[in-house]
Design a protein around this ligand. Structure first.
Ligand code: ADP
Ligand code: MG
Ligand code: MG
Length: 982
């Protein structure tokens, strides 16, 4: 006969440790292990997850032998505690507790006091001599059983309870008298009868049977199924069911119930951390019916200080467990220490004290904040509890990202919460904390932001029209939308905290205010949002801006990570200040410096525009000249050719376009040179990959539609003025002449912008294509890079420039550009008399480049996967058009498991990458390969990059520590897998 039921100590003896959680669930395994270790655990047994699965396989019937085994186990428990289930003199009561392998909201709640009936309640009175307690226990059973097992709405019971409470002086449940509770029991039974058309079961075994069935049934309850779907937990694990002798924390003031962590889960401090309630039963602490007290004296005193409570009053009204029951407290400390040593991790404990006697009810791995996770892991290594490898594996890379973002002062946040300033909770869409004035439109955000006022932009949802306001805001809060909504995606891109989908807010844009739970926040009122937790607060909460050197434990953990990883971690940085930050965070190179970002700065944009607008005409004339020169050289005696040459020369000499083009290039040279010097200085001795100009040209120019509108408006205004006879401009107004001049200028610009307009800019004149057409722009950039390198080298700095070509698709493109680069480099080095070592390489961001990697590696000395564009081109998805739109649906319908722009698509994009690495290295064994797309900072993608043997990943500066940890974990996982297969 199959064994479905294990007494706690049997579970410990008979089931191997690694199977216990599968078979007994997390709670059952913990109870078995505590009982096995000889800790005080109320006797009981666990019905296995296999029994649950068999129950469903049999069409919701107990499998053969199960009920008999339950009765047998119950019998053994009765013998142990010397009480009998259903005994009218000395009844045994039990709790029925669900517990799957993973703790899961939506699973059945626990039913306490099972076994109480009209008969046995008398026995309980006799046993305890406390009538009030007994009827209170009984009414709780009917209430919990009715609600949890039978689905009667909880408020129907509460309603009756409230009616009785109202009759008392204190109006609390503790004020109800024994007689009242007896009456309540009668009313509860009547309610039960009315709701279900059956009696509350007076057979204790019937109660037990129904409760066990309800635990099993809850495994396929809607909320539990949804939860498992979301977290990809298999549906065939089943839940276990624990039946355990009741112990009572509500038997007077020498009894109590509580929860505790073996270390502080917020800070990681090595101190017992927890709360308890005297004279209370299990669920009361969590339900918050009274203010729980602190367990340690120290915590109690701190709490009193914060609440302005005198030491005297504290000792009298809010004593710690340490003071109230010193011996039990000592015993609890020892139990906690033992459990932590046993599990080698922080434990989250539930306990009850019955008339001075300690009982352990639950132990599990404690959830913790990012800060605590790091501190605990590092401390435990120093304590000799775990190895460095384990410490590195224990911290989630995403978690440490939070540690380095601005965050709220925890204490201040706690106070805000206690003050009732927590307004609502939304989706934690983009981490970090921000505090500022609430504003309700992007223009106000921008205007206030310009004045240096911190603002939080609050919108029902955001659209591209709000982006300027988002840039100006410290944080973003929306009422609607999910994790890939526009607000969420843009906020993450901007690195700003955001809380989205905060449905509780009622935003009134007309009146510029929102209300939530009856509270109104108007424009200008301070609010604070925590993008890491999704919390929204009224008022100002001070933020802390962390730095790695001060995060001593994190720095230590990362140093260990560095010992294990094989991947290098570089950073994407366009400015020296970002490069410095990246280096502080441990970056070992710059994987991507985007030169066009430098062009966007206000002092250069006019020259960049001049360069772009004049390039086509100037280049045409210069190309003509070159053709004429070649013709004249080939036919020195042909007068026609000589004449053509002279004409071409004159055309170039007199062309306004050529003049403007050259002037723009001349102006940009020193500016770029300075940019690069700054980068080389910041990264002294480390490689710096500089990518030549890339984006679609129109990004530098005014928008066509806006320009068109301006031209039309100006035209009409001029016409209107003309119609007015003898029109004279008023003061401050432009004359018609001036307006006409302006119009002419705008029209010329419009024509130029129109000429550069593309049907599909994403697939247009981008990347290297531009350089092929306008080589002078590349010459300018290469000159600036090499001159900068020479300059800093003379100052004793070691520059390691690597010149990178964007968006190449064929080796010929690279050959052409490489010739230009080498030629300019030779020129500069000869002129400066300085030798610079540089590398030449390319981004791999279109499929064709990946397919032809073997050829491309003949010219390129390094590859860098631009996985943003590579994902777009492999999928044929434009990110801007997809995210927050159809991609959302794809994610919901699980057509894609994850957003491929956040988590590298290993199957598709990854396959191309793997191939390109292999083929590229076949041509050039020392080919340097890295990744510079956003994926370079994503832990799962980093794991893949490790797998396919990249040399480095390049991430944004703030994500460098995340990448260091993720790279180490990838290496350790690989090592573990190797050992396993051996
Ligand atoms: P959850 O998984 O929601 O924590 P539990 O099964 O742990 O559910 O039980 C809920 C509450 O009831 C907890 O506070 C627990 O300590 C308490 N409890 C459960 N079983 C018993 C028992 N046999 N005696 C006393 N309290 C109990
Ligand atoms: Mg519990
Ligand atoms: Mg690109």
């Amino acid at each position: 006969m199959k064994k479905w039921v294990y007494l706690f100590e049997e579970g410990y003896r008979e089931i191997p440790a690694e199977r216990r959680r599968d078979l007994l669930g997390g709670k059952g395994a913990g109870l078995a292990e505590m009982a096995g270790a000889g800790l005080p655990v109320p006797p009981g047994f666990t019905i296995t997850t296999e029994a649950c699965n068999a129950y469903f396989a049999a069409g919701r019937q107990f499998p053969e032998g199960l009920w008999e085994q339950v009765l047998e186990a119950l019998h053994r428990v009765e013998e142990k505690v010397g009480r009998r289930f259903g005994d009218p003199q000395n009844p045994l009561l039990v709790s029925v507790r669900s517990g799957a392998k993973f703790s899961m909201p939506g699973m059945m709640d626990t039913v306490l006091n099972v076994g109480l009936t009209d008969e046995t309640v008398k026995g309980l009175i006799a046993q305890t001599g406390d009538e009030r307690f007994a009827y209170d226990a009984y009414r709780r059973l009917i209430q919990m059983f009715g609600r949890i097992v039978k689905g009667i709405p909880g408020e129907r019971f509460e309603h009756i309870l409230d009616r009785y409470k109202a009759k008392t002086k204190g109006k609390q449940d503790t004020d109800l008298t024994a007689e009242m509770l007896r009456d309540i029991v009668e009313e509860f039974k009547a309610l039960y009868r009315k709701e279900l058309e059956e009696e509350f079961p007076q057979d204790p075994l019937e109660q037990l049977r129904q409760a066990i069935r309800a635990v099993f049934d809850s495994w396929f309850g809607k909320r539990a199924v949804d939860y498992r779907n979301f977290y990809k937990i298999p549906h065939d694990l089943g839940t276990a069911c624990n039946v355990q002798t009741m112990v009572f924390g509500n038997m007077g003031f020498d009894s109590a119930t509580g929860v505790a962590f073996t270390r502080n889960p917020a800070t990681g401090e090595k101190e017992l951390y927890g709360e308890y309630l005297p004279n209370a039963q299990g669920e009361d602490v969590v339900a918050g019916i009274r203010t729980p007290l602190k367990i340690t004296k120290k915590a109690s005193q701190e709490w009193a200080r914060e609440h302005g409570i005198s030491e005297e009053e504290r000792r009298l009204r809010y004593p710690s467990l340490e003071e109230r029951m010193p011996e039990t407290y000592q015993q609890f400390l020892e139990v906690a220490a033992l459990l932590e040593r046993h599990y080698r991790d922080v434990q989250d404990l539930e306990f009850t004290i019955e008339r001075g006697r300690l009982w352990m009810l639950q132990t599990r791995t404690g959830k913790r904040t990012a800060k605590a996770a790091v501190k605990i892991a590092v401390d435990m290594v120093h304590e000799g509890l775990i190895t460095k490898e384990e410490a590195v594996m224990r911290v989630e890379p995403e978690q440490i990202n939070q540690l380095l973002l601005p965050r709220f002062d925890e204490k201040a946040k706690e106070r805000a919460r206690e003050k009732g300033d927590l307004l609502a909770r939304g989706l934690n869409a983009s981490p970090g904390a921000a505090t500022g004035h609430a504003v309700f439109d992007a223009d106000t955000a921008e205007a206030w932001g310009r004045d240096g006022r911190p603002v939080i932009l609050v919108r029902p949802e955001t659209t591209p029209d709000d982006v300027h306001g988002m840039i100006a805001a410290r944080g973003i809060l929306t009422q609607r939308g999910g994790a890939t909504s526009h607000a969420a995606v843009v906020a993450r891109g901007l690195g700003k905290p955001a809380v989205v989908g905060c449905e509780a807010l009622q935003i009134d844009l007309e009146r510029k205010q929102f209300s939530v739970n009856g509270r109104v926040i108007r424009e200008g009122d301070f609010i604070s949002i925590d993008g890491s937790t999704g919390e929204v607060f009224a008022g100002q909460i001070p933020t802390i801006d962390p730095n790695l050197a001060e995060e001593r434990e994190l720095a230590e953990l990362l140093a260990w990570a560095d010992e294990f990883r094989r991947l290098q971690v570089w950073a994407n940085a366009d400015y020296p200040r970002d490069a410095r930050k990246a280096r502080e965070f441990g970056a070992e190179g710059i994987g991507l410096a985007r030169t066009e970002h430098m062009f966007f700065e206000a002092d250069r944009l006019p020259y960049v525009r001049q360069m772009i607008l004049n390039a086509p005409e100037a280049q045409r004339l210069m190309d003509q000249l070159r053709a004429a020169q070649q013709a004249a050289q080939a036919r020195p005696d042909d007068p026609k050719a000589q004449k053509a040459l002279r004409e071409a020369e004159r055309a170039v000499r007199t062309s306004k376009a050529v003049k403007a083009y050259r002037k723009a290039l001349d102006r940009l040279l020193p500016v770029q040179r300075k940019d690069f010097e700054g980068l080389f200085e910041a990264m002294d001795g480390l490689p710096v990959i500089i990518r030549l100009i890339d984006p679609p040209m129109h990004e530098f120019l005014p928008r066509y539609e806006e320009l068109l509108a301006e031209v039309v408006e100006l035209r009409t205004r001029i016409e209107e003025r003309r119609k007015i006879k003898g029109y004279r401009p008023r003061k401050g107004e432009k004359s018609i002449r001036q307006m006409e001049e302006e119009l002419a200028e705008k029209e010329a610009l419009l024509r130029a912008v129109n000429a550069l307009r593309e049907m599909n800019p994403m697939l247009g004149l981008r990347g290297i294509r531009l350089g092929i057409l306008y080589p002078d722009i590349i010459r300018l950039q290469v000159r600036a890079i090499l001159e900068a390198a020479c300059n800093v080298k003379r100052r004793g700095i070691t520059p390691k420039p690597e010149i990178m070509i964007p968006l190449s698709a064929d080796v010929k493109e690279l050959q052409i550009v490489r010739e230009i680069v080498d030629e300019v480099a030779r020129e500069v080095m000869a002129r400066e008399g300085v030798e610079i070592e540089y590398k030449f390489g390319t981004m791999i961001e279109v499929p064709r480049a990946a397919l032809l990697a073997a050829e491309i590696a003949q010219v390129a000395e390094f590859f860098s996967f631009g996985t943003n564009d590579l994902t777009q081109t492999v999928w044929a998805i434009s990110r801007d058009d997809a995210e927050g739109k159809f991609l959302l649906r794809y994610l919901e319908e699980k057509i894609v498991p994850e957003n491929p722009f956040q988590v590298l698509d290993r199957k598709g994009v990854g396959r191309l990458m793997r191939m390109a690495v292999e083929e590229g290295r076949r041509t050039r064994p020392d080919l340097e390969v890295g990744i510079c797309g956003e994926h370079g900072g994503d832990p799962s993608s980093i794991e893949f990059c490790h797998e396919i043997g990249l040399n480095y990943v390049s991430a944004s500066p703030y994500r460098v520590p995340v990448a260091r940890l993720a790279a180490a974990q990838a290496a350790l996982k690989e090592r573990a897998a190797r050992i396993e297969t051996r």
